[in-house]
Design a protein around this ligand. Sequence first.
Ligand code: FAD
Length: 387
Amino acid sequence: MLDTVVVGGGVVGAACALTLAQAGLGVALVEGREPAQWSAAEPDLRVFAIAPDNADLLESLGAWNGVLGRRAHAYRRMRVWDAAGGGELGFDSDALGRQQLGWIVENSLLQERMWSLLAGAGVQVLCPARVESMEQDESSVRLRLEDGTRLQSRLAIAADGAQSTLRELAGLQVSAHDYRQRGVVAFVQTTGSHEDTAWQRFLPGGPLAFLPFSEGRSSIVWTLPEAEAERVLSIDDAVLGRELTNASQARLGEVTPVSERAAFPLRRQLAKDYVAGRVLVVGDAAHVVHPLAGQGVNLGLRDVSGLHASIVDAQARGVAWDAPHRLSRWSRTRRSENAAAAYTFDAINRLFSNEEMHSSLLRGPLLGLAGRVPGLANAFWRRASGL
Ligand SMILES: Cc1cc2nc3c(=O)[nH]c(=O)nc-3n(C[C@H](O)[C@H](O)[C@H](O)COP(=O)(O)OP(=O)(O)OC[C@H]3O[C@@H](n4cnc5c(N)ncnc54)[C@H](O)[C@@H]3O)c2cc1C
């Protein structure tokens, strides 16, 4: 019998499989499709702002050097300002005594680096393979895959994304809220330097972020109401460039789109519990949050670190690492942290993404105040980035 089956080999599932294998557990990873290969010439449109604590996790897995050696852009500052005017909020790595606030990294590169380590870590990889059914009792979980393969393990971990099949098979409920917004992503070239800074301007339709990706190039995430996102997907590059230059008040100079565009539906979705017997949920299977703070994958990787810490602690004490009270404690801690993050991003999105008078009057001064109260911005940043 295996110790753990991880279902879903995205960034969170692959990190989970690796970290549990490194803790000495017998692990299988079930993934529905071959991961996309990273390409130096054609960057992946899905990029993440990886926080320092998660860079440490990836380092401990042996994946981080391979990421840094290929393509990761350190960002040292963050600037947030509002279309309604007023203050500006800034975070600087120098003030936090760090060389950087985090790194902008492509999804496919992270996934590829971790997948390259799976076999060496002893993880049994089943791909392409999908879970069809699940049964469990007090001592084990039995999974049947669509090709008829059967797996038995002490735990099964759902890391199969927002539409998680395993979460549903385990009967774990979610509460969901559709923002009726989409996140439009693309790469752009700018005539001015991005200054190794993540820029975000709050506009009535939603925030527009520029994440520094390479010299002269940024990755944009533009949150827009659904119909507006459709329009932005269909306009030509020259028009989009002008709109982005205006929307960013030319803080990075003139903007020219240099890639295809994609759009993702945005919602908040929270599993009501992270454990059902011997099935756990992590990553987007457990929580989907608004992308305005770039925390989605970071929260998922923290689910993994928390689980790893609980298992290693049990091993050190010589007690059962899969005891129900341990799993419940992990679930409670992660659920409250992730829900707090989700509702904070929700409140920010509500306050900033509208044109109502009382909100506009509040926003600018609020950002200015947050920037002026000594230590407040830095305290917020430390909390968000796991520093
Ligand atoms: C516009 C946008 C911008 C974002 N920006 C950021 C950012 O800057 N920083 C950040 O941290 N996050 C960001 N996010 C969020 C981030 O994309 C997700 O939080 C993250 O990808 C979740 O990773 P995951 O591994 O949990 O899930 P996924 O990446 O969805 O992986 C799930 C995996 O499970 C597999 N799978 C699915 N079903 C099955 C099945 N039945 N059987 C087997 N395998 C299955 C899939 O093939 C996939 O490989 C952003 C999201 C959006 C929409």
